[in-house]
Design a protein around this ligand. Structure first.
Ligand SMILES: NC(=O)c1ccc[n+]([C@@H]2O[C@H](COP(=O)([O-])OP(=O)(O)OC[C@H]3O[C@@H](n4cnc5c(N)ncnc54)[C@H](OP(=O)(O)O)[C@@H]3O)[C@@H](O)[C@H]2O)c1
Length: 335
Protein backbone atom coordinates (compact mmCIF):
# COMPACT_ATOMS: atom_id res chain seq x y z
CA UNK A 1 0.00 0.00 0.00
CA UNK A 2 1.25 3.49 -0.79
CA UNK A 3 0.16 6.25 1.54
CA UNK A 4 0.65 9.92 2.06
CA UNK A 5 0.60 11.43 5.52
CA UNK A 6 -2.84 10.63 6.79
CA UNK A 7 -4.50 11.28 10.12
CA UNK A 8 -4.93 8.30 12.42
CA UNK A 9 -8.51 9.16 13.28
CA UNK A 10 -11.50 10.70 11.55
CA UNK A 11 -14.98 11.95 12.27
CA UNK A 12 -17.68 9.47 11.28
CA UNK A 13 -21.37 8.98 11.90
CA UNK A 14 -21.58 5.60 13.57
CA UNK A 15 -23.83 3.32 15.57
CA UNK A 16 -23.15 0.41 17.86
CA UNK A 17 -26.74 -0.85 18.12
CA UNK A 18 -29.48 -1.37 15.54
CA UNK A 19 -32.18 1.28 15.74
CA UNK A 20 -33.66 4.43 14.26
CA UNK A 21 -31.71 7.49 13.13
CA UNK A 22 -31.22 8.61 16.73
CA UNK A 23 -28.97 5.57 17.21
CA UNK A 24 -26.45 7.35 14.96
CA UNK A 25 -23.96 9.77 16.47
CA UNK A 26 -20.78 11.57 15.54
CA UNK A 27 -17.70 9.67 16.75
CA UNK A 28 -13.94 9.76 16.39
CA UNK A 29 -12.90 6.47 14.73
CA UNK A 30 -9.73 5.00 13.23
CA UNK A 31 -9.19 5.90 9.59
CA UNK A 32 -9.82 2.56 7.80
CA UNK A 33 -6.94 0.75 6.10
CA UNK A 34 -7.57 -0.30 2.50
CA UNK A 35 -7.12 -3.98 1.67
CA UNK A 36 -4.84 -5.07 -1.21
CA UNK A 37 -7.64 -4.61 -3.79
CA UNK A 38 -9.03 -1.44 -2.27
CA UNK A 39 -8.39 2.28 -2.26
CA UNK A 40 -8.82 4.79 0.54
CA UNK A 41 -10.96 7.80 -0.39
CA UNK A 42 -11.06 11.18 1.34
CA UNK A 43 -14.79 11.67 1.24
CA UNK A 44 -16.03 14.87 -0.40
CA UNK A 45 -19.67 13.74 -0.56
CA UNK A 46 -21.76 10.76 0.56
CA UNK A 47 -25.33 10.05 -0.53
CA UNK A 48 -27.84 7.96 1.42
CA UNK A 49 -30.27 5.25 0.30
CA UNK A 50 -33.08 3.17 1.81
CA UNK A 51 -30.52 0.31 1.94
CA UNK A 52 -28.58 2.32 4.53
CA UNK A 53 -31.77 2.65 6.57
CA UNK A 54 -32.33 -1.11 6.41
CA UNK A 55 -28.79 -1.75 7.66
CA UNK A 56 -29.17 0.91 10.38
CA UNK A 57 -32.33 -0.81 11.64
CA UNK A 58 -31.06 -4.33 11.04
CA UNK A 59 -34.38 -4.99 9.32
CA UNK A 60 -35.41 -7.08 7.50
CA UNK A 61 -33.79 -9.24 10.20
CA UNK A 62 -32.25 -11.50 7.58
CA UNK A 63 -29.79 -8.66 6.90
CA UNK A 64 -28.24 -9.38 10.30
CA UNK A 65 -26.83 -12.62 8.93
CA UNK A 66 -24.33 -10.52 7.01
CA UNK A 67 -24.48 -7.25 8.96
CA UNK A 68 -23.98 -8.69 12.44
CA UNK A 69 -26.39 -10.86 14.46
CA UNK A 70 -26.73 -8.74 17.59
CA UNK A 71 -24.98 -5.49 16.63
CA UNK A 72 -23.70 -3.94 13.39
CA UNK A 73 -20.31 -5.32 12.34
CA UNK A 74 -19.62 -2.21 10.23
CA UNK A 75 -20.47 0.73 12.44
CA UNK A 76 -20.45 3.39 9.73
CA UNK A 77 -23.40 3.45 7.33
CA UNK A 78 -23.54 4.87 3.82
CA UNK A 79 -22.28 3.32 0.59
CA UNK A 80 -22.51 6.02 -2.08
CA UNK A 81 -19.30 8.01 -2.06
CA UNK A 82 -17.35 10.59 -4.06
CA UNK A 83 -13.95 11.98 -3.23
CA UNK A 84 -10.21 11.79 -3.79
CA UNK A 85 -8.04 8.70 -3.54
CA UNK A 86 -5.41 9.17 -0.82
CA UNK A 87 -4.01 5.63 -0.65
CA UNK A 88 -4.09 2.51 -2.81
CA UNK A 89 -3.78 -1.17 -1.89
CA UNK A 90 -0.78 -3.25 -3.01
CA UNK A 91 -2.64 -5.01 -5.85
CA UNK A 92 -4.40 -1.93 -7.23
CA UNK A 93 -3.09 -1.04 -10.68
CA UNK A 94 -5.46 1.45 -12.25
CA UNK A 95 -5.88 4.03 -9.53
CA UNK A 96 -3.46 6.63 -8.19
CA UNK A 97 -3.49 9.01 -5.29
CA UNK A 98 -5.19 12.23 -6.37
CA UNK A 99 -7.75 10.52 -8.65
CA UNK A 100 -11.29 11.85 -8.14
CA UNK A 101 -13.64 8.88 -8.01
CA UNK A 102 -17.21 7.91 -7.17
CA UNK A 103 -18.81 4.58 -6.40
CA UNK A 104 -19.53 2.18 -3.57
CA UNK A 105 -17.73 2.50 -0.25
CA UNK A 106 -16.90 -0.69 1.65
CA UNK A 107 -16.26 0.81 5.08
CA UNK A 108 -19.16 3.29 5.24
CA UNK A 109 -19.28 6.67 3.51
CA UNK A 110 -20.75 8.72 6.39
CA UNK A 111 -17.18 9.52 7.36
CA UNK A 112 -14.22 11.66 6.40
CA UNK A 113 -12.46 8.63 4.89
CA UNK A 114 -13.78 5.41 3.36
CA UNK A 115 -12.35 2.37 1.64
CA UNK A 116 -13.72 1.08 -1.66
CA UNK A 117 -12.98 -1.89 -3.91
CA UNK A 118 -10.98 -0.79 -6.93
CA UNK A 119 -13.52 -2.34 -9.31
CA UNK A 120 -16.51 -0.59 -7.72
CA UNK A 121 -15.45 2.98 -8.44
CA UNK A 122 -15.03 5.14 -11.55
CA UNK A 123 -13.43 8.48 -12.31
CA UNK A 124 -15.60 11.55 -11.69
CA UNK A 125 -15.78 13.24 -15.08
CA UNK A 126 -14.39 16.79 -15.32
CA UNK A 127 -17.04 19.35 -14.55
CA UNK A 128 -19.11 17.01 -12.39
CA UNK A 129 -19.31 17.95 -8.69
CA UNK A 130 -18.64 15.47 -5.92
CA UNK A 131 -22.20 16.06 -4.70
CA UNK A 132 -23.71 15.12 -8.06
CA UNK A 133 -21.37 12.14 -8.43
CA UNK A 134 -22.17 10.73 -4.98
CA UNK A 135 -25.88 11.24 -5.62
CA UNK A 136 -25.60 9.18 -8.83
CA UNK A 137 -24.40 5.83 -7.55
CA UNK A 138 -26.92 3.31 -6.17
CA UNK A 139 -30.08 5.09 -7.29
CA UNK A 140 -28.82 5.85 -10.80
CA UNK A 141 -27.45 2.32 -11.24
CA UNK A 142 -30.73 0.79 -10.04
CA UNK A 143 -32.71 2.98 -12.42
CA UNK A 144 -30.49 1.90 -15.31
CA UNK A 145 -30.48 -1.77 -14.33
CA UNK A 146 -34.24 -1.75 -13.82
CA UNK A 147 -35.01 -0.27 -17.22
CA UNK A 148 -32.54 -2.71 -18.79
CA UNK A 149 -34.17 -5.65 -16.95
CA UNK A 150 -37.48 -4.47 -18.39
CA UNK A 151 -35.96 -4.81 -21.86
CA UNK A 152 -36.19 -1.12 -22.76
CA UNK A 153 -34.51 -0.59 -26.15
CA UNK A 154 -32.08 2.35 -26.42
CA UNK A 155 -34.57 4.24 -28.61
CA UNK A 156 -38.21 3.50 -28.00
CA UNK A 157 -39.71 6.54 -29.72
CA UNK A 158 -40.81 4.61 -32.83
CA UNK A 159 -42.72 2.08 -30.74
CA UNK A 160 -44.45 4.71 -28.57
CA UNK A 161 -43.37 2.89 -25.43
CA UNK A 162 -45.28 3.91 -22.31
CA UNK A 163 -43.54 3.73 -18.93
CA UNK A 164 -45.17 4.16 -15.52
CA UNK A 165 -42.76 5.03 -12.71
CA UNK A 166 -44.12 4.74 -9.17
CA UNK A 167 -42.06 6.75 -6.69
CA UNK A 168 -41.00 9.11 -9.48
CA UNK A 169 -39.68 11.73 -7.05
CA UNK A 170 -37.48 9.26 -5.14
CA UNK A 171 -33.84 8.47 -5.74
CA UNK A 172 -34.40 5.70 -8.28
CA UNK A 173 -37.59 7.12 -9.76
CA UNK A 174 -36.08 10.54 -10.44
CA UNK A 175 -33.27 8.93 -12.46
CA UNK A 176 -35.61 6.45 -14.15
CA UNK A 177 -37.89 9.28 -15.36
CA UNK A 178 -34.91 10.99 -16.99
CA UNK A 179 -33.47 7.80 -18.50
CA UNK A 180 -36.79 6.57 -19.89
CA UNK A 181 -37.50 10.03 -21.32
CA UNK A 182 -34.06 10.06 -22.96
CA UNK A 183 -34.90 6.67 -24.50
CA UNK A 184 -37.92 8.25 -26.15
CA UNK A 185 -40.61 6.75 -23.91
CA UNK A 186 -43.82 8.43 -22.84
CA UNK A 187 -43.40 8.60 -19.07
CA UNK A 188 -46.07 8.81 -16.39
CA UNK A 189 -44.71 9.57 -12.92
CA UNK A 190 -46.54 8.71 -9.71
CA UNK A 191 -45.78 11.09 -6.86
CA UNK A 192 -47.53 13.35 -4.38
CA UNK A 193 -48.75 16.75 -5.59
CA UNK A 194 -45.97 18.61 -3.80
CA UNK A 195 -43.42 16.91 -6.06
CA UNK A 196 -45.42 17.06 -9.28
CA UNK A 197 -43.57 20.07 -10.75
CA UNK A 198 -40.18 18.54 -9.89
CA UNK A 199 -41.08 15.28 -11.67
CA UNK A 200 -42.46 17.15 -14.69
CA UNK A 201 -39.18 19.08 -14.83
CA UNK A 202 -37.32 15.75 -15.02
CA UNK A 203 -39.21 15.00 -18.24
CA UNK A 204 -42.37 13.16 -17.19
CA UNK A 205 -45.20 13.61 -19.71
CA UNK A 206 -47.97 12.90 -17.21
CA UNK A 207 -48.30 12.88 -13.42
CA UNK A 208 -50.50 10.88 -11.09
CA UNK A 209 -50.82 12.46 -7.65
CA UNK A 210 -51.29 9.36 -5.53
CA UNK A 211 -52.77 11.39 -2.70
CA UNK A 212 -55.74 12.37 -4.89
CA UNK A 213 -56.06 9.76 -7.64
CA UNK A 214 -55.72 6.01 -7.79
CA UNK A 215 -53.06 4.58 -10.07
CA UNK A 216 -55.40 1.66 -10.69
CA UNK A 217 -57.75 3.97 -12.64
CA UNK A 218 -55.13 4.41 -15.37
CA UNK A 219 -55.66 2.70 -18.76
CA UNK A 220 -54.04 -0.69 -19.37
CA UNK A 221 -51.49 0.63 -21.83
CA UNK A 222 -48.12 0.46 -20.08
CA UNK A 223 -45.17 -1.40 -21.56
CA UNK A 224 -43.09 -1.00 -18.40
CA UNK A 225 -44.21 -0.37 -14.81
CA UNK A 226 -41.31 0.39 -12.48
CA UNK A 227 -42.66 0.31 -8.92
CA UNK A 228 -40.22 1.67 -6.34
CA UNK A 229 -42.77 1.92 -3.52
CA UNK A 230 -44.87 -1.25 -3.23
CA UNK A 231 -48.01 0.45 -1.90
CA UNK A 232 -50.23 -0.84 -4.74
CA UNK A 233 -50.66 -4.64 -5.10
CA UNK A 234 -48.46 -5.88 -7.93
CA UNK A 235 -51.42 -7.69 -9.50
CA UNK A 236 -53.25 -4.34 -9.80
CA UNK A 237 -50.21 -2.90 -11.56
CA UNK A 238 -49.95 -5.95 -13.80
CA UNK A 239 -53.53 -5.30 -14.87
CA UNK A 240 -52.35 -1.94 -16.28
CA UNK A 241 -49.87 -3.47 -18.71
CA UNK A 242 -50.24 -4.23 -22.41
CA UNK A 243 -50.25 -7.95 -23.32
CA UNK A 244 -46.43 -7.80 -23.48
CA UNK A 245 -45.83 -5.17 -20.79
CA UNK A 246 -43.69 -5.96 -17.73
CA UNK A 247 -43.81 -4.96 -14.07
CA UNK A 248 -40.73 -4.42 -11.90
CA UNK A 249 -41.80 -4.73 -8.24
CA UNK A 250 -38.69 -3.03 -6.89
CA UNK A 251 -39.35 -2.00 -3.31
CA UNK A 252 -37.56 -3.11 -0.17
CA UNK A 253 -40.31 -1.59 1.99
CA UNK A 254 -43.28 -3.34 3.58
CA UNK A 255 -46.30 -2.84 1.39
CA UNK A 256 -49.36 -4.34 -0.25
CA UNK A 257 -47.52 -7.59 -1.09
CA UNK A 258 -45.70 -7.90 2.22
CA UNK A 259 -42.03 -7.15 2.87
CA UNK A 260 -39.12 -7.31 0.47
CA UNK A 261 -38.65 -11.08 0.56
CA UNK A 262 -42.36 -11.88 0.31
CA UNK A 263 -42.67 -9.50 -2.63
CA UNK A 264 -39.88 -11.28 -4.49
CA UNK A 265 -41.35 -14.70 -3.67
CA UNK A 266 -44.82 -13.64 -4.79
CA UNK A 267 -43.50 -12.07 -8.00
CA UNK A 268 -41.56 -15.21 -8.88
CA UNK A 269 -44.39 -17.58 -7.99
CA UNK A 270 -46.84 -15.59 -10.11
CA UNK A 271 -44.33 -15.30 -12.90
CA UNK A 272 -43.80 -19.03 -13.20
CA UNK A 273 -47.19 -20.37 -12.08
CA UNK A 274 -49.50 -17.71 -13.51
CA UNK A 275 -47.27 -16.51 -16.37
CA UNK A 276 -47.29 -12.95 -15.11
CA UNK A 277 -44.67 -10.66 -16.62
CA UNK A 278 -42.80 -9.65 -13.45
CA UNK A 279 -39.11 -8.85 -13.73
CA UNK A 280 -36.64 -8.52 -10.90
CA UNK A 281 -33.08 -7.30 -10.84
CA UNK A 282 -30.28 -6.87 -8.39
CA UNK A 283 -28.24 -3.78 -9.01
CA UNK A 284 -24.55 -3.69 -8.11
CA UNK A 285 -21.79 -1.28 -9.14
CA UNK A 286 -18.89 -1.83 -11.53
CA UNK A 287 -16.42 0.61 -13.02
CA UNK A 288 -18.00 0.23 -16.48
CA UNK A 289 -21.54 0.84 -15.22
CA UNK A 290 -20.43 3.88 -13.22
CA UNK A 291 -18.58 5.25 -16.24
CA UNK A 292 -21.83 5.05 -18.22
CA UNK A 293 -23.59 6.99 -15.44
CA UNK A 294 -20.73 9.53 -15.48
CA UNK A 295 -21.20 9.94 -19.24
CA UNK A 296 -24.91 10.59 -18.64
CA UNK A 297 -24.05 13.30 -16.12
CA UNK A 298 -21.70 14.96 -18.59
CA UNK A 299 -24.13 14.83 -21.53
CA UNK A 300 -26.94 16.15 -19.35
CA UNK A 301 -29.07 13.06 -19.98
CA UNK A 302 -29.31 12.75 -16.20
CA UNK A 303 -28.97 15.28 -13.41
CA UNK A 304 -29.51 14.11 -9.86
CA UNK A 305 -32.53 15.52 -8.09
CA UNK A 306 -31.08 16.66 -4.78
CA UNK A 307 -33.36 16.84 -1.76
CA UNK A 308 -30.83 18.31 0.63
CA UNK A 309 -27.08 18.68 1.17
CA UNK A 310 -26.17 18.57 4.85
CA UNK A 311 -22.86 18.65 6.73
CA UNK A 312 -21.57 15.30 7.96
CA UNK A 313 -22.30 16.12 11.59
CA UNK A 314 -26.02 16.22 10.70
CA UNK A 315 -25.84 12.63 9.46
CA UNK A 316 -28.53 11.42 11.85
CA UNK A 317 -30.96 14.05 10.52
CA UNK A 318 -30.04 13.10 6.94
CA UNK A 319 -30.75 9.44 7.64
CA UNK A 320 -34.08 10.32 9.29
CA UNK A 321 -35.04 12.17 6.12
CA UNK A 322 -34.38 9.09 3.98
CA UNK A 323 -36.07 6.84 6.56
CA UNK A 324 -39.23 8.99 6.27
CA UNK A 325 -39.72 7.58 2.76
CA UNK A 326 -40.44 11.08 1.47
CA UNK A 327 -37.09 12.50 0.39
CA UNK A 328 -37.40 14.33 -2.93
CA UNK A 329 -34.43 12.78 -4.71
CA UNK A 330 -31.10 12.32 -2.96
CA UNK A 331 -29.92 13.37 0.49
CA UNK A 332 -26.20 14.14 0.43
CA UNK A 333 -23.66 14.69 3.20
CA UNK A 334 -20.49 16.70 2.86
CA UNK A 335 -17.70 16.72 5.47
N1 LIG B 1 -33.33 -3.94 -7.02
C1 LIG B 1 -32.29 -3.34 -6.49
O1 LIG B 1 -31.13 -3.74 -6.68
C2 LIG B 1 -32.50 -2.07 -5.66
C3 LIG B 1 -31.44 -1.17 -5.52
C4 LIG B 1 -31.65 -0.04 -4.75
C5 LIG B 1 -32.89 0.18 -4.13
N2 LIG B 1 -33.89 -0.72 -4.26
C6 LIG B 1 -35.20 -0.48 -3.61
O2 LIG B 1 -35.84 0.57 -4.31
C7 LIG B 1 -36.74 1.23 -3.45
C8 LIG B 1 -36.80 2.72 -3.81
O3 LIG B 1 -35.54 3.34 -3.55
P1 LIG B 1 -35.39 4.91 -3.66
O4 LIG B 1 -33.96 5.22 -3.39
O5 LIG B 1 -35.99 5.43 -4.91
O6 LIG B 1 -36.30 5.38 -2.41
P2 LIG B 1 -36.56 6.83 -1.86
O7 LIG B 1 -35.69 7.82 -2.55
O8 LIG B 1 -36.50 6.77 -0.38
O9 LIG B 1 -38.09 7.10 -2.28
C9 LIG B 1 -38.71 8.21 -1.71
C10 LIG B 1 -39.83 8.68 -2.63
O10 LIG B 1 -40.92 7.75 -2.60
C11 LIG B 1 -42.09 8.51 -2.85
N3 LIG B 1 -43.28 7.84 -2.36
C12 LIG B 1 -43.56 7.45 -1.08
N4 LIG B 1 -44.77 6.85 -1.04
C13 LIG B 1 -45.25 6.85 -2.31
C14 LIG B 1 -46.44 6.35 -2.92
N5 LIG B 1 -47.40 5.73 -2.21
N6 LIG B 1 -46.59 6.50 -4.26
C15 LIG B 1 -45.64 7.13 -5.01
N7 LIG B 1 -44.49 7.64 -4.49
C16 LIG B 1 -44.31 7.49 -3.15
C17 LIG B 1 -41.88 9.80 -2.10
O11 LIG B 1 -42.63 10.81 -2.74
P3 LIG B 1 -43.68 11.68 -1.88
O12 LIG B 1 -42.86 12.37 -0.82
O13 LIG B 1 -44.26 12.55 -2.90
O14 LIG B 1 -44.63 10.69 -1.24
C18 LIG B 1 -40.36 10.04 -2.20
O15 LIG B 1 -40.01 11.02 -3.14
C19 LIG B 1 -36.27 0.96 -2.03
O16 LIG B 1 -37.33 0.36 -1.30
C20 LIG B 1 -35.08 0.04 -2.18
O17 LIG B 1 -35.12 -1.02 -1.26
C21 LIG B 1 -33.73 -1.84 -5.02
Amino acid sequence: MTTQTLPQTMTAISHTTYGEADSLASAELQVPTPGPDQVLIRVDAAALNPADVFMMRGRPRMLRLVGGLTRPKVQVRGTDVAGEIVAVGAKVEHWRRGDRVFGEAASGSMAQYATASADRIARIPDGVSATDAAASVMAALAARDGLDAAGMPADTSAEGTRVLIVGASGGIGSFAVQMATAQGAHVTGVTSGRNADAVRALGADAIVDYTRESVTDLPAWFDVIFDNVGAVPMESLHALTTPTGVVLPNSGLDGADGGAMMRVLRANARRYLLRRRYRSFYSGPSTAKLEAIGAGLVSGEITPLIDEVLPLDRGSEAMARVASGHARGKVVLTP
